[in-house]
Structure formats: C-alpha cells, structure tokens
Design a protein around this ligand. Sequence first.
Ligand SMILES: [Fe+2]
Ligand SMILES: [Fe+2]
Length: 270
Amino acid sequence: MADITVRNLRFRFDEELDFDVPDETLGMMLPTLGLSMTMPYLEPYLIRTMKVAIPKIASPQLVEDTKRFSQQEGHHFRNHATFNNRIRSAFEPDTEAALRGIEADLEADYQRFTKEKPLRWNLAYAEGFEAMTCASALAMAEQGAFDGDMPGGEIWPWHMAEEIEHRTVAFDVFDHLVGSYFYRIWFGTRAQIHYLSYIKRFAQCMARGLGREIPRGGSELTRSAGRRYLRTFSPWYDPAKIELPQGVEQLLERYSQMAGPGPGAAEGSA
Ligand SMILES: [Fe+2]
Ligand SMILES: [Fe+2]
C-alpha cells in the first residue's frame, strides 16, 4: 500500500523568466522548462491510461492508490499549464508559435496512443516515464537541488516530491496487469526515448529563440540521476524498496500543511 496524499495546490507564477544566466545554468534550465511544457499532455495521458486500467485491477487498495495517483497528476498538470503560459510569453511570437506547434504534436501522439495502443503498452509507457522521473526526483533530493532557484519556484520541489510519493503506483499497476519484465524494459525504454525527444525539441526551440546554444556535458545531478535510472533496469527493481533521501518527508509535510485539510483550502504561491 502506498501512502499518497492528494494536495490541492495552485501556484502563482508572477516572476518574469530570466534567461540572462551562464551557459551551464541554461543547460539545466531549458530542459527543465521543456519538461514543464510536456506536462499538460503527458499527465492527462497517464490519467486516461489509469482510467482504463482501474476496472481491471483486483486489489481495492491498488485501485485507491491509482485514483490518488491520477488526482495528484491532475493537480500537477494544471499548475504546469499556468506556468507554461508564463514560459511561452517570455519568447518572441515566432518562438511562442513554434512551442505551440510542438505541444500540438505531443498531444496528437498521446491521443493516438490512447486510441490505438493496447493497455499494456500504455501502462509500460506510464511506468517507463514514472521510473525515469522518480530517478531524477530522487537525485534532485539527494543533491539538494530542491533548494535551487529554478524558474517556477515551488512547483518543482512540490511536483518532484509527489512523484517520489506515488512512485510505486504505475509499477504496481503494470506488475498486476502485465507483469512482464522484458515488456517493461523494451516498451518502457521506447517510451522514454519518445518522451525525451520532446524535451529536446522544446529545449532546442527555446535556445533558438534566445539565440543561444545548449552546452554539452553533465553535472553531478545528471550523473546521480543516471546512476539511479540504470537501477530501474534491474529485474529486481521495485520502487517500494527505495530508501528515500533526507528531506523528502519534510517537504511532503510542508505541502500538506500548505494545502490544508480539504480541497481548495489554501493556495500556494511561487
Ligand atoms: Fe506528475
Ligand atoms: Fe507521476
């Protein structure tokens, strides 16, 4: 059983984005903003997948976890949609239009996957995405990157902490309804390649709009995320067994306090 709290938070994004940063910072910033741009399409696709899966799940506890997973993802993508308006508006109209074009391509892909792909394929996509995101979120927590000042502010520690919190759900649903290690690895990896190709498109589009280039080379954060990501390929990988880095529980508690006891109880800000 996962312990998942649905926090109804809405953040504000009043600050202008500042791209006047060193190349190394830009190299982290643009893919991160690209990640935000995917969320209003990726997360509804995950929710649609789980909606199809839920009636087939025999365990009432896993059904409950899956519903909470979807509710968390729902709050995530709504906040990202607001933030993305801020991101697009930081660029000239031609770049803004190009970003919208990439968004349309991504939405068309995900709608097609929902309509045409079998449930096990969509579940492998969900777990491939969740395993990769959880690896990055854990690396961020471990490296203290949650304390950074990435544009968007609190949306990142909140979202990443909740990704860690619901890390077992897509894995457990896949395991329960499909259960094939090789299918998880083969189609999960294809899913990650598909997803990352869009991060790259968004980041390169923004870089072109700024007249800058994204520098090559990794940071300690990307190396740590890479090490954690490689562990997801193990046949014994089980997100329930991951030891959480210090500070994750406190962050989740902080956002629980911010959200208050019921829906719409409080608004966060960033
Ligand atoms: Fe999410
Ligand atoms: Fe997630």
